[in-house]
Design a protein around this ligand. Structure first.
Ligand code: KIV
Length: 266
């Protein structure tokens, strides 16, 4: 299978074929996601919560994102790999946005970057795109705005906020984004945005009408327990499997079953 490209993204929308996207943060899971045929792997700043154990994504640094992106890059052969711009890597200005996005492509071999925000980052998207850095925009619930939003809340529920989100979607498209991620918005608003834009929409908690879907890996495989948003579907429970295996290992050490002669040298 050849690598999934920006052109494939746009082709999928034209052909009404859904795009599958999943996060990954390290070599083994990126390898599994790629083997499973996922189209796009996002090294999301959600790693701050699901890998680093923080309460939100704000502490994640650019250097940490590069570190994880490099591991993912080494594992992936076919999927497109996208690096997520962490808090304060672009809010400080257009120069920082281009510089830090460039690091994802130059140092970690990412194909594109994702960045939260609408009208306020239109100039950033324009400058990044002009520098040949493909940008996926991210509107709706933007987790880096947790303090302004007062928590992780569904966005676009009132007529006024829905109108604003539709406008923001057009603004990021016009600024040059190749795709827009819609997080936690009503499904009919996501449908309208998807129908009006010519670039693909990727939904997370945005219903079934988007051009593609993304979820956080640790939610999908049952490795993140602190809270489960309504939009998550758990496809496995690896936490329970790991707990069982490790308990078993401990018991076998204590009872002398492990190691047996099979695991010993003569
Ligand atoms: O950081 C992340 O994982 C995200 C999600 C929307 C997938 O941005």
């Amino acid at each position: 299978m050849p690598e999934f490209t920006i052109q494939d993204f746009l082709k999928r929308k034209k052909e009404s074929k859904k795009i599958s996207m999943l996060t990954a943060y390290d070599f083994p899971f990126a390898h599994i996601a790629d083997d499973a045929g996922i189209d796009v792997i996002l090294v999301g700043d959600s790693l701050g919560m699901v890998v680093q154990g923080h309460d939100n994504t704000l502490p994640v640094t650019m250097d940490e994102m590069i570190y994880h992106s490099k591991m993912v890059r080494r594992a992936v052969k076919n999927a497109m790999v996208i690096g997520d711009m962490p808090f304060m890597s672009y809010q400080t200005g257009v120069y920082d946005a281009v510089h830090n996005a460039g690091r994802f492509l130059k140092e970690a071999g990412m194909t594109a970057v994702k960045m939260e925000g609408g009208a306020e980052v239109a100039d950033h998207i324009r400058a990044m795109t002009r520098s040949d850095i493909p940008v996926m925009a991210h509107i709706g619930l933007t987790p880096q705005s947790i303090h302004r939003m007062g928590g992780y809340k569904v966005q676009g529920k009132t007529d006024e906020s829905a109108r604003k989100l539709l406008e923001e979607a057009h603004i990021v498209e016009e600024a040059g984004a190749f795709s827009v991620l819609l997080e936690a918005i009503p499904m009919n608003l996501a449908k309208k945005i998807t129908e009006e834009l010519s670039i693909p929409t990727i939904g997370i908690g945005a219903g079934p009408f988007c051009d593609g879907q993304v979820l956080v890996l640790h939610d999908v495989i049952g490795l993140f327990e602190r809270f489960t948003p309504k939009f998550v579907k758990k496809y496995a429970n690896l936490k329970d499997d790991a707990l069982r295996a490790i308990k078993n290992y401990k018991e076998e050490i204590e009872s002398g079953i492990f190691p047996s002669t099979e695991q010993s040298f003569k």
